[in-house]
Design a protein around this ligand. Structure first.
Ligand SMILES: Nc1nc2c(ncn2[C@@H]2O[C@H](COP(=O)(O)OP(=O)(O)OP(=O)(O)O)[C@@H](O)[C@H]2O)c(=O)[nH]1
Length: 300
């Protein structure tokens, strides 16, 4: 009998490095939301890639950065806890950005763990060979990587080779998850993330990071529609006004775009009831964070 291999691969990297894009590309589905704004990912997202000979379970983590408020600390705690519990780490870097203190901070964290690290040089579509070589030399001089792979997660270049490289670091093991499963994220969470993604696209500056989305109800309706009731939380009245927009126009646009994404994902017609509520300073308050689903106590 052919031996089966399985294990956990953690995606780590600075905000905006392209981790979510890479994860979606690797598992072939849109399970982590992507945006051009940093710190999009807040929760640990699990993607599963299953073949006849191996199963890789990916843990997508929030970008590691120095915490500036409670939510920041939560995100760093999630990312750190991931480092110790995986078989291999994929350290994703954006080659289009010169490495700065943020990368040094992550490298310092990686030096603390015994887990093998694969360096993924992402966004090669944005730089020429000379810059790519320069980046590779920089990172290699900082840490002993077990492998280095240059990719474009956006265009898919060289991504297909990654699972084979990861496989070298996985032990023989069972299929932890059913072969048709691609994520363990509950439907409510994915739907909330699809809405939050549209809010990020539609707003700018301080508003995006002051937003949390909670799906309060998902119910099947007799006419075949799926009824979704969701609330967009912001920190201030002024932000509420921005999200609603003139005559409700922006909120309507957000709702329509999110509904289309949901229909594509779930394959059923959606009726989306979307509201905006103010929860003052939710990012700074532990209790408010918990109510919105970011619970530090759930991280080991
Ligand atoms: N040109 C180019 N853009 C990319 C590539 N990979 C990702 N991006 C873009 O970079 C931005 C950030 O990508 P994400 O996948 O959301 O980044 P992330 O690392 O998950 O970010 P956080 O959730 O903030 O930690 C998006 O606008 C992506 O489209 C790439 O290979 N090439």
């Amino acid at each position: 009998m052919v031996e089966y291999f399985s294990g956990f691969a953690g995606l780590i990297g600075r905000p905006n490095a392209g981790k979510s894009t890479l994860l979606n590309r690797l598992v072939g589905h849109k399970i982590a939301i992507m945006s051009e704004k940093p710190q999009t990912t807040r929760n640990k997202i699990l993607g599963v890639l299953t073949t006849d000979t191996y199963q890789i379970v990916f843990l997508d983590t929030p970008g590691i950065h120095k915490p500036i408020h409670q939510l920041g600390e939560y995100m760093v705690a999630v990312a750190r806890s991931t480092l110790g519990e995986v078989d291999v780490i994929l350290y994703v870097v954006d080659v289009a950005v010169p490495p700065g203190p943020g990368e040094e901070y992550i490298i310092a964290q990686l030096k603390e763990v015994a887990t093998p690290v694969i360096l993924v040089l992402n966004k090669i579509d944005l730089v020429d060979d000379a810059v790519l070589r320069e980046r590779e030399e920089f990172f290699r001089s900082r840490l002993d990587f077990k492998a280095v792979q240059a990719v474009s997660a956006l265009e898919g270049t060289n991504v297909a080779a990654l699972p084979e490289i990861i496989l070298k670091f996985l032990p023989p093991g069972p299929q932890y998850y059913p072969p048709d499963m691609i994520t363990d994220q509950p439907e409510k969470f994915i739907i909330a993330e699809l809405i939050r993604e549209q809010v990020l696209h539609a707003t700018r500056e301080e508003v995006p990071h002051a937003v949390a989305v909670v799906v309060e109800e998902i119910a099947e309706r007799p006419n075949g529609f799926l009824y979704v009731d969701a609330v967009i939380y912001v920190e201030r009245e002024s932000q509420k006004g921005i999200i609603i927009g003139e005559g409700g126009g922006r909120l309507k646009g957000i709702g329509t775009a999110a509904r289309r994404e949901m229909e594509a994902l779930l394959g059923s017609k959606i009726f989306l009831n979307l509201r905006v509520r103010v929860k003052k300073n939710w990012r700074r308050e532990e209790l408010a964070l918990r109510q919105l689903g970011y619970d530090r106590r759930l991280i080991q």
